[in-house]
Write a protein that binds this ligand. Structure first.
Ligand code: DAH
Length: 342
C-alpha cells in the first residue's frame, strides 16, 4: 500500500465516523459505533493500523502521523457524542415554557348548601330572625313529645327514623324516655330555644335532618331544613304569610308565586303547607302554622299570654329551585364538575 492510499483510507474512515457518531442518539447506539471504529480487536482503526506495516519504510513516519491524527479525531468524536447523549437525557423531563400565561390552581369553593344556608341566614337576619343551632342527636322529648306528637303517631315509627344505640345497646323500645335518634326535623330547636328563653322569640335554625328514605331525584336520607319561630304577644297568621312572602321574593325573585294550602301538623293549629311555583307547577317547600297551645305549655309558656308562628322549609329544595338543579343527589355526589359551578 502506498502512502496516498493509506491517507485516503484514513480520510474515509474519519468521514464515516463523523456521520455514524453523529447519528448515535442512545448509549447503546454509541457503544456500537465505538466498537465499529475504535474496537481493539477488529475496529476499522485497528484494521488500518495493521496496514501501516505494508507502507514503504521512508513513508512510515508520515503514515504514523496521519494515523495518530485520525485516531485523536475519532476519540474526540466519541467524547462529543457521549456528552451530547448525556445532556439530551437531562433535558427530556417535563418542559416548562415560561412565556405561557399562568393558570389559577383550583382553590375549592364553599359547598352550594353551605352557600345557601349563609344566604338564607342573611335574608332572615334582615327580617329580624337570629340564627340558633341545636343538636343532631336528639331525644324523643324534643323530637316528638314536646312537639305534641303522641306515642302512637306514625311519625315516631322506627321505620321512619334513625334510632340510635346507647352504649352499644340497641334501643328496641323507640318510646323509651331515653331513646335517642338522629333528629327527623329541625322543629326540635323550637323547643330547645323556648325552654331556655322567655318570649319574645324570633329565631331561625338551619341544619341537617335525617330520615330513612330511598335516595331519588327529590329525596335523600340526609337533608337540611330552615326552621323559623316567632313568638310574641300578638303574632298572627298575617305575619306568617308576610314573612314567608318577603323571604320568598328575596331568595327566589320578585316574580315568585307562593301558595298556602290548609294542612295538619301536630305542633301547629291551624297548619298550612307552603308551595312555590317552579316551571309552571306548584311544588311543596315545607310546612308552617300557628304554634299549638300544647307546645307552648310543654315549654312553660302561657298560651293565653303569648303565641306565634313556626315554619320549616327544605333547604335543598330552595337551593335547587334557585339554581335550576333537578336532582337532589347532585348536591351530594361530590362531583367537582358540578360543585365548581357554584
Ligand atoms: N317539621 C315539619 C317537617 O319536617 C315541617 C314544619 C311544619 C315545621 C310546620 C314547622 C311547622 O315549624 O310549623 O315536615
Amino acid at each position: 500500500m502506498d502512502i496516498g492510499e493509506f491517507k485516503l483510507a484514513l480520510e474515509q474512515l474519519v468521514q464515516d465516523a463523523e456521520r455514524d457518531f453523529a447519528a448515535a442518539n442512545t448509549p447503546d447506539a454509541l457503544e456500537q459505533a465505538r466498537v465499529a471504529y475504535l474496537g481493539a480487536r477488529s475496529g476499522r482503526l485497528k484494521t488500518i493500523q495493521k496496514q501501516m506495516g505494508t507502507l514503504p519504510p521512508d513513508c512510515r513516519k508520515e503514515g504514523g502521523l496521519a494515523f495518530n491524527q485520525a485516531k485523536q479525531r475519532l476519540q474526540q468524536l466519541l467524547a462529543d457524542s457521549q456528552q451530547r447523549i448525556k445532556s439530551n437525557a437531562a433535558d427530556s423531563g417535563p418542559q416548562i415554557d415560561p412565556t405561557l400565561p399562568g393558570y389559577r390552581p383550583h382553590l375549592g369553593t364553599v359547598h352550594p348548601i353551605t352557600q345557601t344556608i349563609e344566604h338564607l341566614m342573611e335574608i332572615m337576619g334582615r327580617l329580624g330572625f337570629a340564627a340558633v343551632e341545636g343538636p343532631e342527636v336528639e331525644d324523643t322529648w324534643h323530637n316528638f313529645i314536646a312537639l305534641n306528637i303522641p306515642e302512637d303517631h306514625p311519625a315516631r315509627d322506627p321505620l321512619d327514623n334513625f334510632y340510635l344505640t346507647v352504649a352499644g345497646q340497641a334501643i328496641d323500645d323507640a318510646d323509651a324516655k331515653d331513646a335517642r335518634l338522629l333528629r327527623s326535623q329541625t322543629s326540635t330547636v323550637q323547643i330547645r330555644v323556648m325552654e331556655n328563653a322567655s318570649p319574645p322569640v324570633r329565631v331561625i335554625s338551619l341544619g341537617r335532618v335525617y330520615r330513612p328514605d330511598e335516595a331519588d331525584p327529590t329525596h335523600f336520607p340526609m337533608f337540611h331544613q330552615m326552621e323559623g319561630l316567632w313568638i310574641d304577644r300578638e303574632v298572627h297568621m298575617g305575619h306568617l304569610k308576610s314573612v314567608l312572602r318577603l323571604f320568598a321574593t328575596a331568595y327566589l325573585g320578585s316574580d315568585v308565586q307562593i301558595r298556602f294550602r290548609p294542612s295538619f301538623f301536630p305542633f301547629t293549629e291551624p297548619s298550612v303547607e307552603v308551595d312555590f311555583q317552579w316551571n309552571g307547577q306548584w311544588m311543596e317547600f315545607g310546612g308552617a302554622g300557628m304554634v299549638d297551645p300544647n307546645v307552648l305549655r310543654a315549654v312553660g309558656y302561657d298560651p293565653e299570654e303569648v303565641g306565634g308562628f313556626a315554619f320549616g322549609l327544605g333547604v335543598e329544595r330552595l337551593c335547587m329551585r334557585r339554581h335550576g338543579v333537578t336532582d337532589i343527589r347532585d348536591l351530594y355526589r361530590n362531583d367537582l364538575r358540578f360543585l365548581h359551578q357554584f
